[in-house]
Design a protein around this ligand. Sequence first.
Ligand code: SF4
Length: 488
Amino acid sequence: MAQTGVLVISVEPDSLAFEGGIRAGDTLLEINGEPVLDQLSYQFLITQRDLTDLTFRRPGGARATATVENGGDGIGVDLAQDEVKVCKQNCVFCFVLQMPKGFRKSLYLKDEDIRLSFLYGHFSTLSSSNDAELDRIVRERLSPIHVSVHATDPVVRVKVVGNPKEGDILRKIDRLLLGGVDIHTQVVLVPGLNDGEVWARTVRELWERRAFQTEGPWAGKGGVLSLSCVPVGLTRHREGLPEIPDVDPGFARDWAARWMPEVRRCTRENGGEPWLLLADEWFTRGQMEVPGRDFYSQSWAQLENGVGLVRKFLEHSRRFLHRPKAKGFSGRRVLVLTGASFAPVLNRTLAQLNRESGGQLRAVAARNNAFGETVTVAGLLCGQDLAYAAHADRQAHGGDPRWVDAVVVPSASLRTHTGPTDQYVLPGQEATPSTQFLDDMTLAELEKELGVPVVPGGENLSQLLDHLQASDRFHTAGMNLPQGAYNP
Ligand code: SF4
C-alpha cells in the first residue's frame, strides 16, 4: 500500500487518544505494530485488543507511542479522508472514456478501490490490487468483495480490460478464496468478444469455485457467491475507442432465452439460492417481462448492479396497491420521469395504482440527450434531460403552468458521481443525500425552472408517497421554506 499512516484531523477532548497524547496534525502510523493504511484499516486494527499500542508521528517528524485501554472501541480520533485509487485498465466499454465533455472533473476519474468494493459493493477488476493488498484483504477479512471478471480466458480478458498485465484474474481470485474471502463476481458482456465459449468457460470456472462446497480445493475456504451478467452499455461518445457492437433487443432476447434455463439449473444445484444472475437490462432491452421472484437471490444479491431492481419494485407495488396508504395518491396529478427502459413497466404499475387509489400518475421516458439515446437507464439522466422531458410534457398538455401537481425524478439520477469517489463513507458515518444531478443542475434549480414541486421517487411507491407528502408540507403557504428545501 502506498499510504504510510493516516493524518489525524481532530481529537475529541478527554478521549483516550487525547489522554494518550495524540493531537490533530499527528499521523497515526501503527496500531499494535501493524501499519495503519487507511480508515478501514484503522477500524479493523483498533477493535483487535482491549489494550492497544499506538505509534504516531508528530508534524515535525518525531515518533511517539502510547498505550490505551480501549476495550476494542474507537479512541476518539477523526482521520483524513482516504485517497481513492485509480484503475490501471482501459476497458473497451469504460464508461468514463465514453463520457461527454464538459462535466465536472471528478466524473472523469477512473477510480477503482477495493475498500469501496467491500463497503458499497462496487466492482473492482483488481488491477490496483497487488499481492500485498490481496493479503491485506485476507488479513482484515474484507469479505465479501465484488470483482469484475469479464472473462477467465486470459487472452480475452486482456482484450476486454486493455491491460496486458491483467489477463490472469483467476490467480488473484484464488489467492482471496484460499484466504477465506467470499466474492461476488460480474461479467459485462460484449457480443463477439466475451460471449459464446469464452462466457461458458467463465461460468464453468467460477462455478467450480462457488461458495459452501464440502469437497475439493475450495472446501471450507472462501467461495464465489454469485456471478452476474450485464449487457455492455455504450454511449454516443466513443470517438477514438475500439468499435464494439451494442446489445440490441434481438440479442438481449436470445441471450435471456438461452441462459435462463442455466440460471434455474444453477439455482437447483446451489441448494435453491440463485448463483448465476442476469441483470434486468437483458429483459428491459429485450422488451420482455422480468422473471418472477424465485429467479432472484433471497437476499437480492447484486441489486446495486441492476439485478432484480424491477422485480423488487413490482413485488413491493403488488402488496402496496391494496394497502390503505395507497389512498394517499388519491387526486394527485403527478408526472413521473424515468429512463426509457423502466417507463413501460412503471406505467403499467401506475395505471393499476390509479385504478386503486383514484390518483392520476403518469410515467414518461426522458430521452438521454447528454449520453445518447442508447443510454436508457434512469440513473444517468441529467437535470437538463429531465427539464426537457417535463417541458415537452407540459406543451403536450396545452402549456398550462400547473399541468401537474408535482414532478418526480429518479432518485438514482441525484448523485454526484458516476462511480464511488464521493461516496466513501465508513460504517457509522452518514452519507449526505445529494440534490445535484450529474450535470450539476440541482433539484432546487429544476423546481424553479418547472414552477411545480419536484421530488425524488425513492425506491418504491410507498417512499414516493412519503416524498410527495413531505413536499406538500414544505410547500404549504406560510411555512416560508425556499423552493427545493425539501431533501429526503
Ligand atoms: S471500466 Fe472501470 S476498471 Fe475498466 S477502465 Fe473504466 S474505470 Fe477502469
